[in-house]
Structure formats: structure tokens, C-alpha cells
Ligand binder design. Structure first.
Ligand code: SAM
Length: 217
């Protein structure tokens, strides 16, 4: 349960070196974050696309995060000098993000096929909501990007509404998205994305940019 979850009091107290032993974590911070990373398909894909960037997956289910942790160790063993830049931790992304990340630290955040929580009474559990968007804006760098994809039209419209109504985000145009290599891979590289493809489901993509804070000089 949640109450036994371990988390750092602040980002400087996090032991990043043990997650990324091949990198100098005094000089380099996590820049890409996959929220609710599931079985880790996106992490594995991004690892080779961005070998110099540190990429972290966050997953709340113990068995699933253990699976991803083992998957990454096996990849590191079987491919020397590769997959050193990805890691997974178990935590609740709706509660502890500011404990892990400094203001403006992240370049990219991913929400791939987040749990839809269909019922109206459960909407407060959606990982995109007004309160959490303020947190995401805080840990994202200026001009940092948030990538979302879902097969649930109602959730897509919900995410678009919340991000576009929020003063710190603007939606990236479809035209610009076609030029982004990340958008090309993100709909299909995760385990959930592959399942949606197999079932010939819809895929609704939306990308948002963290704009400059008008109150900051
Ligand atoms: N992104 C993955 C993919 O595309 O294959 C997984 C999608 S799955 C439908 C949603 C994932 O989010 C689940 O693995 C779930 O355990 C995780 N999750 C849900 N709420 C979370 C939270 N508050 N913090 C971290 N992970 C969460």
C-alpha cells in the first residue's frame, strides 16, 4: 500500500548514482520521464534514440516496476555499454514528483495510455487534472514537452481540455508533431500501444509545450 512507499525528502537526497552507475549524476539529471511506464517499452525505445539523456520510468505497481527493473538489468548485461541511461522506480506519480525532480528539470514527460477511470466519480483519479498540471509545469523546463496518447476518446478530450485551459501550456500543432521523431514511435512502442494496435483501436495523440512563465523574469 501507499503508506509504505519510500521516497526522498527532496531531489538532492535521491540516490541517482545507483540507478545510472555509468553516468556522472552530479553533472547530469533525469530529463525524460515516463509516467505510468507499465512494462517499459517506451524506455527501451528511447534509450537508443537518446543515448546521452537520462530517462526514468515511474510505475506504481510493484510487480510491474520489478519487471521493468529486471528487464533493464538483463538488457545492460546482454548489451555492454547500452541501456545505461534508462531506469525505473516504483512510486505514486500523483503524490511524490516534487520529491524527485527540481524545478524546470525535465525536457519531456510522457503519458502513454493512462488509466481512463471511466466513471465520473473516479475522474479525480485521472493523472491529468488541474492540480497535477501545476506540478508538471513546475518540474518541466521552459519549452519542455508533454506527450499524451490514449485509445479512449473521452480521456483524450479531457486531457486536451485541461492542458489547453492551463496558463502554462499550449498545444503543439499536428504539423509540428509530424516532424518530431518521438511522436512517430510513441504510439506503438509501449506494451499497451501494441495491444491497441492488435485490437485495431483508435489512437489519439496530443502534445503540449510548457510555455514561459509570464510572471518570471
Ligand atoms: N504507459 C504504459 C504503456 O503504454 O504500456 C502503461 C499503460 S497502463 C494502461 C497505465 C499504467 O499506469 C499502469 O501500469 C499503472 O500501474 C500505472 N499507474 C497508474 N497510476 C499511477 C500512479 N499514480 N503512479 C505511477 N504509475 C501509475
Amino acid at each position: 500500500a501507499d503508506h509504505i512507499m519510500d521516497y526522498p525528502v527532496n531531489p538532492d537526497l535521491m540516490d541517482w548514482k545507483s540507478l545510472f552507475p555509468a553516468f556522472d549524476c552530479d553533472k547530469q539529471q533525469v530529463q525524460f520521464l515516463d509516467i505510468g511506464c507499465g512494462y517499459g517499452g517506451l524506455l527501451v525505445t528511447l534509450s537508443t534514440m537518446f543515448p546521452e539523456s537520462l530517462i526514468l520510468g515511474i510505475e506504481i505497481r510493484v510487480k510491474v516496476s520489478d519487471y521493468v527493473i529486471n528487464r533493464i538489468s538483463a538488457l545492460r548485461e546482454n548489451h555492454p555499454h547500452q541501456y545505461q541511461n534508462i531506469a525505473c522506480i516504483r512510486t505514486n506519480a500523483m503524490k511524490y514528483l516534487p520529491n524527485y525532480f527540481h524545478k524546470g528539470q525535465l525536457q519531456k514527460m510522457f503519458f502513454l495510455y493512462p488509466d481512463p477511470h471511466f466513471k465520473r466519480s473516479k475522474h479525480k483519479w485521472r493523472i491529468i487534472n488541474t492540480t497535477l498540471l501545476a506540478e508538471y509545469a513546475y518540474i518541466l523546463a521552459e519549452l519542455g514537452l508533454v506527450y499524451t496518447v490514449t485509445d479512449v476518446k473521452d480521456l483524450h478530450e479531457w486531457m486536451v481540455k485541461h492542458f489547453t485551459e492551463h496558463p502554462m501550456f499550449t498545444r503543439v500543432s499536428d504539423e509540428e508533431n509530424t516532424l518530431d521523431p518521438v511522436v512517430k514511435v510513441m504510439t506503438d512502442c509501449s506494451e499497451e500501444g501494441k495491444k491497441v494496435t492488435r485490437n485495431q483501436g483508435d489512437k489519439f495523440v496530443a502534445v503540449f509545450r510548457r510555455i514561459k512563465d509570464p510572471y518570471e523574469t
